[in-house]
Design a protein around this ligand. Structure first.
Ligand SMILES: C[C@@](O)(CCO)CC(=O)[O-]
Length: 313
């Protein structure tokens, strides 16, 4: 029997500040954990049953026979990583303090929190570097090998990070000035956007490589700006990166309108798409005074990543 009656893991949401797309081609990225959290609670069971209760659906299965359910794909992919090593099943309850439709990294947060809960239940290391490789394998399983893991790293480690995929490097950075996220009202799934960009890149491979290299140089300069707390430079680099995302083909009329409207605000230092593009969110650095017609989400950086609490009775 387990020595605990409950394991509670909370993981923060996250946003991509820079490095979108290019990070998948070896360039650096910048991301941060944000102050909205998702909580996964695991209660061990005496048998090998797996019960999941979440806003995305209810699930009932067994560690020996995990039936796919698309709405819970990330959670089930993590469970699959541990199933053979677990003696006892469990009940999992998932509660998010933020919507999974806006670009706050809810898939990364649920993957990070579930990985930590199952590692704890299996008696494995819960050090972020150990959780990271398992969580990334689960993401790759769901997304056919696609996904940089930038948002996962931000959710697991917390704070502001510089990130590179291969070799994997997570660099903790200092704080950020105010950020506001605006949701455009629709989004396209990241793997679908990546597939579109892949098609375009296949027609102009040399030019796309050049754009990814420039994106990498821009992100490196942005990481220096964050280290030096030079927010004017960071804002300019965000605008530059946005131009490169437009060149890749992931901007559209609504996102462009939002970006130019935000840049006209006196308190805004820079504005760009956050995430894969073709919908979802625009990120503005600085203060926005005017009422704008899009859902706004003020963001503050979450200093802590995944937190694990055991309860005994
Ligand atoms: C487009 C992309 O770079 C960011 C999506 O938030 C994909 C990834 O990093 O996995």
């Amino acid at each position: 029997m387990s020595a605990y009656s409950k394991i509670e893991v909370s993981a923060p949401g996250s946003i991509m500040l820079m490095g979108e797309h290019a990070v998948l081609f070896g360039e650096p990225a910048l991301a941060c954990a944000v102050d909205v959290r998702l909580v996964v609670t695991l209660r061990p069971r005496p048998d090998r049953q797996v019960l999941i209760d979440s806003a995305l659906g209810q699930y009932q299965g067994s560690l020996d026979n995990l039936v796919p359910m698309p709405a819970l794909a990330f959670v089930l992919a993590v469970i699959e990583q541990y199933a053979a090593q677990l003696e006892q099943g469990f009940e999992l309850s998932i509660r998010a303090g933020f919507s999974h439709t806006v670009g706050l990294g809810s898939s990364a947060a649920v993957t990070a929190a579930t990985t930590a809960a199952l590692a704890a239940h299996a008696g494995h290391s819960t050090a972020p570097e150990d959780l990271f490789s398992i969580a990334l394998a689960a993401v790759h399983q769901v997304q056919n090998g696609r996904g940089s893991g930038t948002d996962l790293a931000a959710s697991l480690y917390g704070g502001v990070i510089g990130y590179s995929l291969a070799p994997c490097e997570i660099r903790p950075l200092s704080g950020l000035p105010p950020i506001v996220l605006y949701y455009c009202g629709y989004k396209m799934k990241t793997p679908d956007v990546l597939a579109l960009v892949e098609q375009k890149a296949a027609r102009q491979p040399a030019l796309y490589s050049g754009v990814y290299r420039l994106m990498g140089q821009t992100t490196q300069a942005a990481e220096r700006a964050v280290c030096e707390q030079d927010w004017t430079a960071l804002g300019e680099l965000m605008n530059l990166y946005q131009g490169l995302m437009d060149a890749l083909g992931v901007c559209d009329t609504t996102l462009a309108e939002m970006i130019y409207r935000l840049r006209a605000e006196p308190g805004v230092l820079g504005a760009k798409i956050s995430g894969s593009g073709l919908g979802d969110c625009v990120l503005a650095l600085g203060h926005v005074e005017s009422e704008l017609p899009w859902e706004s989400i003020p963001v503050s950086v979450a200093a802590t990543g995944v937190e694990i609490r055991y309860e005994t009775n």
